[in-house]
Design a protein around this ligand. Sequence first.
Ligand code: ADP
Ligand code: MG
Length: 416
Amino acid sequence: MSNADILNDVFERFVANTRIFRDREVLRHDHLPERLPHREEQVRSLGETVAPVLRGARISNILIYGKTGTGKTAVTKYVLNYLEVKAKEFNAPVRFCYVNCRMAGSEYRVFASLCQSLGISVPFTGLSVGEVFDRFRTGLDASAIFFIVVLDEVDALIKVRGDGLLYELTRMNETLCKSKVSIVGISNDLRLKELFDPRVLSSLSEEEVVFRPYDADELRNILFERSKPAFLDNALSEGAVSLCAALAAAEHGDARRALDLLRVAGEVAERRGATVVLEENVREAEKHIEHNRVVEALKNLTLHSKLVVLSVSHMGKVSSNGVITGEIHEVYNELCQEVGVPPLTQRRLGTLVNELDSMGLLNAKVVSMGRYGRTKKIKLSVPHSVIKNVFTADARLGHLADYEPKCLHMIASGPN
Ligand code: ADP
Ligand code: MG
């Protein structure tokens, strides 16, 4: 078959094949469903906390926390969208602004988003954070509204920038005359006491709403609900849904993961030209998703972490039972020279190894060396073929994918 024939076949089949999905978009992360089963308690509690604003009272700050995929973002958006509708009905001057702090990336961008939602113009860069904050305060006070600021994934921002922004926001009402601001902070990280300064934590958590993980039964209900508009009648086996729910529950009750499994399983079945999504398609979907996760993680590493992974990969070819940091450092030094960048110290390299270990790309195991004490043996936890594919496509490191480090045979023949 020629390339055109292959593609023609793929496209024709795709178009003819509306046998699995009715509307796959419904399964995407950012789709906001109309019903959120098993979150009635959180919807009610958040609703009760924000309701007073309809009668002209400032509402308490709220801290929402729970692991990823437990419905925090969906529930918050759902409740505040509804509040906005009701506020119009009652003529209450209520507005809210949703900002994802991780995506915004800096305090400047968070405040810039807040300004934008109030129609205050702020240049993309150029002002100090303090200046943007002042514009926000002045503009907000002039609007004479109750402003609810939703800071989603606020933990990500705090870890990088500290909680100065939150501190300023929690103090802001003291200097506002005509407007009031309330904060809804959402955190995926449960270690709140470590993350926040005690003063910030206490003013932010006037109310708390906890999202615990879903269990397998709950995930199954959620998936059934979401799958009705997503899949054609009878295109989804009960076994497939249950398996998606069970796999996601075994991790940490993450609805996002369950939905991903279901969507990808549907795509696998579709590509096979099947009419029903089966358990085996879910198994395959699991492999796909894991593979993509690893590839994305590798592609997004910093240059030095990539060089460390490459070093371990090259060494794995000569010593199968793991290598020690000192040996990695030798190969890594050589690779740095090849690329023309100054190498990091062995100690910094040790930190990178630990990071890569916690990402699941390397595996570092402490082993006893008898009277020589203990040492860390480091191995690759990803197949060499994947490393090779990813790095061959890397503009800067492509030539290192097949490179043979000169120091390797010395290490391989040395005492081990
Ligand atoms: P979090 O913000 O806690 O990480 P999200 O609110 O983003 O989680 O939820 C992850 C995905 O799962 C989203 O697509 C969301 O629509 C869906 N989801 C979460 N909880 C429910 C639920 N109870 N019913 C239906 N879909 C849900
Ligand atoms: Mg979220």
